[in-house]
Design a protein around this ligand. Sequence first.
Ligand SMILES: Cc1cc2nc3c(=O)[nH]c(=O)nc-3n(C[C@H](O)[C@H](O)[C@H](O)COP(=O)(O)OP(=O)(O)OC[C@H]3O[C@@H](n4cnc5c(N)ncnc54)[C@H](O)[C@@H]3O)c2cc1C
Length: 572
Amino acid sequence: MRRLQTDILILGAGGAGLFAALHAKQADPSLSIAVAVKGLLGKCGCTRMVQGGYNVALAPGDSVERHFMDTIEGGAWLPDQDLAWALVNGAVVRVRELENELGCFFDRNPDGTIHQKAFAGQSFDRTVHKGDLTGIEIMNRLAEQVWARDIARLEEHRAIELVGTADGSALAGALLIDMRSGEYLFAQAKALLLATGGGPTMYRYHTPSGDKSCDGLAMALRAGLPLRDMEMVQFHPTGLLAGPETRMTGTVLEEGLRGAGGYLLDGRGERFMQRYDPRAERATRDIVSRAIRAEMVEGRTTPNGGVYLSMAHLGPDNVRRQFKGMVERCADCGFDLAGGRVEVVPTAHYMMGGVEFATDCTTALPGLFVAGEDSGGVHGANRLGGNGVANSTVFGGIAGDAMAAWVARAGELREPDPAAIDAAIARAERPFAKRGGGDLDAIRERLRSVMWDDAGIVRDARGLHRAQEALDALAAELERYALPSAARDRAFNLGWNEWLDLTSLVAVSHAIVCAAQARENSCGAHFRQDFSTPAPLGASAFIRVRQRDGRLVSEPVPVCFSRVRPGASLPV
Ligand SMILES: Cc1cc2nc3c(=O)[nH]c(=O)nc-3n(C[C@H](O)[C@H](O)[C@H](O)COP(=O)(O)OP(=O)(O)OC[C@H]3O[C@@H](n4cnc5c(N)ncnc54)[C@H](O)[C@@H]3O)c2cc1C
């Protein structure tokens, strides 16, 4: 096993990971910093896939208070209010930093101010963007800045375990696999950031990039850390539906299309959203996704089993100009977005849940920090479109500052528990340890179907119980799985990596189901058919899930309304 020592180790190279690296380096240029990433730095993860844009209160008439209230109300009063407050204030600073220090250039109004567009669920047009490919602009500039600095890059290195000290009092580092050779690497670090970006890729239709398999959350569970809001999985209403044989199915058609006035039509070509919400297509994602599902259950579907998105009434030239990237993406799959109709289906997009953390990105384990989609509590029961990339960049920057301060104050290279490293290696070695077989493709397909059918947009006790049993069976199958003898070369071993991905996804799916069983009410993205009444807001509680002695346990934790109580509002 190779070893490496560094002051700061960052797992993940999305908006959160790269912002953390830049901020930590700026805080103290003498720090040694390493970024470990499953893919290539700048080219993987979901920040690069951000289409619509970035929420920030910049325009006259808007305010951080207003952005805060939209975030809290959108999140069904479940967000941690201090985290949400840090988000909306930090976004104002971060978007200036992105333009003025990192070199991003967002779309402008004729007077030179930053253009901000409408996004669903918001009371003001506040979404900053670069056309409809905003993430590419952000990630390219971030990656250039990281490349230009003395920051070590461990590309195609996947983290498989957080390793603590023998007495469990602090973090010592992380165990990784160099995917290019299959060798193990133990990276010892004074501070470590978990920024692997969640990603609900355990659902039949999903949007996140293929490198995301909830590894960070699975590692956090095994480390005994508390996770919150895991039942809150956001389905984006408009995933492209282009048939089962293309990976394009499930990819997202951005929120701005509905924000700009796009219509949703059932299979007969009729609008239906007014029947579900007075805001019609501009209702929040959870409401629109449930409405589409209801239409699907009633059988009012398109040839591929979804509904239509229609923009033609807004003028094809206008649509082509405003949504160039989306028009081209749809054309690639044979759809005319500007002048015709596109088939869409709700698609699993984002996990509001994640590791519990404080406003300085610290966690319950000293030395471990978390930011971005691996963290929980910022969005509560529902994330507003445009608050995701704001979340990862705002808290990524905060984590970088906080880790630099931690290293100065309390940072030391701590000795890892050797038994924990041995156990983690033994776990990862299971597919090599025996002869046998198994079918990873079949396991993946079953996982996606189970989560879609029984722990998806609409849930009930029976379905969740079925899901739990099916996940137990899938976990047992993964346990028995052995790599075929012809596929045991460790370098770029796709089967091994797929097995590791599925192991993480099944573990985190268990956490989703456990939290969904514990929440016997309906709230935001979590809808229980057998408990459809929302909980009284004044008594809101979030669900905490953690692993104890190999078993998941859950408990409700009352929400602290630290800034504003339900029914009240901040002065704007
Ligand atoms: C198609 C799409 C469109 C979106 N559009 C918007 C939008 O318009 N506005 C908005 O606000 N949000 C949007 N989002 C959400 C947004 O992308 C995310 O909220 C945010 O970018 C997440 O940032 P992150 O840094 O936490 O994770 P990511 O950017 O996903 O980065 C995670 C990183 O971790 C790495 N990684 C994963 N596992 C491991 C491991 N085991 N070891 C090492 N590295 C690992 C990955 O390779 C990747 O580099 C969109 C998401 C998608 C999928």
